[in-house]
Write a protein that binds this ligand. Sequence first.
Ligand code: 5GP
Length: 198
Amino acid sequence: MEHNGLLVVISGPAGAGKGTVVGELIKDDNVEVSISATTRAPRGTEKDGVEYHFLTREQFQQMIKQDGFLEYAEYVGNYYGSPKKQAELWMAQGKDVILEIEVQGCKKIKENNPECISIFIMPPSMEVLEHRLRKRATDSEESILKRLSRAREEISLARDYDYIIVNDGLSECIADVKTVLKAEKLRADRFDVSEMLS
Ligand code: 5GP
């Protein structure tokens, strides 16, 4: 596994800023973000193969049968899954692969890929999270309240992650994530001593 890239799970409640963090990380040529498959309908300007691979339930179930996912989960009535083939190919090429997924998916990834690194992006407080959601959302009050309640559930599971990084300022948050990835790469168990001595 020494030359493989890292498998990195990034989770966090809506409004924590994880999408922006991931957007910054993938500016590095050595970092790729996995495009998930989902059975939910495209929203707004979303395009197939860009934000998601949009599948029917039948296509999704077929992919489950063919062992095509690293993990999948049902979330608010739809399936979401991380395609296995592309992620494994990137890792074999030495690239770091980011999965931006919710908490159940992270749990499954950890069971099957114990070497993965999991990072939870935490908002500085519930007040700030609520403010961010209200500022950006075109959503109804009901939807904002749903997201806030979901955020509480997710935050209650944050201690299951390897790292919690508070997003109190984007540049510092991104720097912290990069520090984690750098340190993980320097772990002794990733060093091929036999290659050194040959
Ligand atoms: P949305 O429908 O808002 O794009 O995504 C809903 C939730 O599903 C988000 O928390 C997102 O991180 C999560 N998600 C997206 N792709 C995957 C995936 O492949 N697997 C899992 N488990 N969750 C995903």
